[in-house]
Design a protein around this ligand. Sequence first.
Ligand code: DQA
Length: 143
Amino acid sequence: MKVLVLNGPNLGRLDLRDTSIYGNLDFPKLKEFIENSASENGFQADVRQSDSEVDIIQWLHEAAESKIPVIINPAAFTHYSYAIRDAAEMLTLPFIEVHISNPLRREEFRHTSVISGIASGTIAGFGPDSYRLALIALKGLLK
Ligand code: DQA
């Protein structure tokens, strides 16, 4: 089964971000890790990244229309994008919010997620394993 794995702004440049927060995988390596974890769990991952809210909203529309489950790391959009939340609300299959870091251990503005309230669940703080754990959870939800 196909799964869309969407990544928001600045995640494409993990190579430039603080490694003490985001670890040592650059985005191409993270993508490979997600693709491998997906196939280990019987999924085919379509991993995408954009710095644009518009792209992410359009990809969510596509997932809603084609009935594809979604794993999403909305990055900074997590904290304020009602437009992404509204688009995610159109999904009928499970969608899981993930974060590489644990936003609740970080600055106060990261303590709010406008997405969590409509997600099937949220996995945060396990580095790239957040995506692997989300794939395992998704497999359980789709059984
Ligand atoms: C993030 C956490 C967000 O607060 C931040 O804006 C990101 C990445 C994470 O994966 O830990 O860009 O979503």
